[in-house]
Structure formats: C-alpha cells, structure tokens
Design a binder for this molecule. Structure first.
Ligand code: NAP
Length: 236
C-alpha cells in the first residue's frame, strides 16, 4: 500500500510511541486522525484532525469508528497503540484489576477492529504488543493477559479479514519508561539487550510503516527490541 493520501486513525497517537507513529505516517503523506484521551493539546499540535475517547469505556469503543466515519470519512489504516500498564501480581489480579487492563488493551482494539471491518473491505490494521509476550512476567499479570490476547487476536483477525484487510503487530522492547517514571533519570528497566542499544519510538514507527506498506504480510509480529525476546528468563 502506498500510504500517500491514505487516512489513518492512531489511538493514543499524541505522545510517546504513538506520536512517533503519527509523525511517520504524516511524513509519508497520510492523513492522520489522532485519537487521544487526555493529551488534547499534544494531539492538536500534530494534526488538525483529532478525536477524543476513553477506551476504558466499552460504549465509547463501540461508537468511536462510527464517529470517525461521520467526522472524517472512512479510514484505510487503524493503529491500536493506546494501552495502560500496571504492576499487578497474581494475588492482586481481581476482576476489576484485570478488566482495568483488558478493556483498553484488548477489548478496545477488538471493538475498533470490528468497527473498521464494518466500514471497509480493504485496509491495514496494526496492533502494538510487547516483547514480553514470549515470556511469563508474573509482575504484571493482567497486562500480560491483555498483550498475549492481542497477539492471538492479531492472528484471528488476519484470517477472518483476509483477503482485503491485513492485520499485523509490532512488539516493542523497553523503549520508554512508563509515563509515571518519565522524569526518573535512573530508570534502567531495559535489562540485557543483545544488540546493545535500546530502540527508539522512531524504530517502532519504522516497523509499523514496513507492515503497512506490505501487501503480502498478515498475522505477523515484528519485535523491535534488540533481540531481547530471544533471551531466557535469567538472561534478560
Ligand atoms: N514504552 C515502552 O517501552 C513499551 C514497551 C513495550 C510495549 N509498549 C506498547 O507500545 C504502545 C505505546 O507505548 P507507550 O509507552 O507510548 O504508551 P503510553 O504512553 O503508556 O500510552 C499511550 C497512550 O494511550 C492512551 N490511553 C491510555 N489509556 C487510555 C484510555 N483509557 N482511553 C484512551 N486512551 C488511553 C493515552 O492517551 P492520552 O495521553 O491522550 O491520555 C496514552 O498517551 C502501547 O501499546 C504499549 O503497551 C510500549
């Protein structure tokens, strides 16, 4: 797919990795509708086309694509980037704690994919995963369930929506500290990276562009993590 002139929706597209994806798409000549929850100022600085929704609310997830269609017309590209991350061990993984993660990270992408498929029979979908989907991180169990679920949804939707719509994923490694730790200069959660350097948001965006441009790849995940997903538990 030539991205020039295509219309894209990037969830959580105003800041951090989402912002890098928005900027990369704009640089390709795409028209980007920047979805945001609270980063209104940052979204409007990037694009004149923005839309607000709280993806922790199932009703707002069900109507977001219809609102996008009414305001901007049909979209060609959906990037499910918005997500939350909390440290939650098994003992604390109550229904509410699990749904706090599953709703925005898995059920929102599912609702948006369904909305996308109702609008168009051709297009591209990208889901943002996490390099930890190859491991079993017990410090953030609801988050792990949400990202592993989204990996499976990527494959299921790829088969269900073929041949017109491709569905792929990008799994970042440790790119940026969680927002609450952003000002912590000693943040060093990256661990061992075989290629030696922490990838940047722009590296993640490059993988997104690669998958969007391909007419022959679906149901696949590109890890942008310097090889970290290949390491065993004690090597990370
Ligand atoms: N950062 C990393 O190193 C890393 C590592 C592995 C995977 N990832 C994945 O890569 C993607 C981007 O990572 P990131 O660190 O840039 O994400 P982030 O800053 O934690 O979150 C991205 C955006 O998601 C939006 N969001 C969160 N909850 C929402 C809700 N209830 N409704 C609507 N929007 C909501 C927020 O938008 P507003 O600002 O507008 O509120 C936020 O800016 C995520 O899927 C993440 O899981 C990131």
């Amino acid at each position: 797919m030539n991205l020039n002139g295509k219309r894209a929706l990037v969830t959580g597209g105003a800041v951090r990795i989402g912002r890098a994806i928005t900027e990369a798409l704009l640089a390709e000549g795409a028209e980007v509708i920047v979805h945001f929850r609270s980063s209104a100022k940052e979204a409007k600085a990037l694009s004149p086309k923005t839309i607000q929704a709280d993806l922790s609310d199932p009703a707002q997830c069900e109507t977001l694509l219809e609102r996008v269609f009414q305001q901007f017309g049909p979209i060609d590209i959906l990037v499910n980037n918005a997500a939350v991350f909390h440290q939650t061990k098994l003992a604390d993984a109550t229904y509410d704690a699990v749904m706090r993660e599953l709703q925005p990270n898995l059920l929102a992408p599912l609702a948006l994919i369904r909305g996308f498929a109702r609008q168009t029979k051709t297009g591209r979908i990208i889901n943002l995963l996490d390099r930890r989907i190859t491991s079993h991180d017990t410090t953030c169990i609801p988050y792990m369930l949400s990202k592993k679920g989204l990996e499976e949804l990527t494959k299921l939707a790829a088969l269900d929506l073929a041949p017109g719509i491709t569905v792929n994923a990008v799994a970042p490694g440790a790119i940026l500290p969680p927002p609450k730790d952003s000002d912590n200069p000693s943040w060093d959660y990256a661990g061992t990276i075989p290629l030696g350097q922490r990838p940047t948001p722009a590296d993640v965006a490059s993988a997104v562009l690669y998958l969007l441009k391909s007419d022959h790849i679906t149901g696949q995940t590109i890890f942008v993590d310097g090889g970290q997903n290949l390491l065993g538990k004690d090597e990370r």
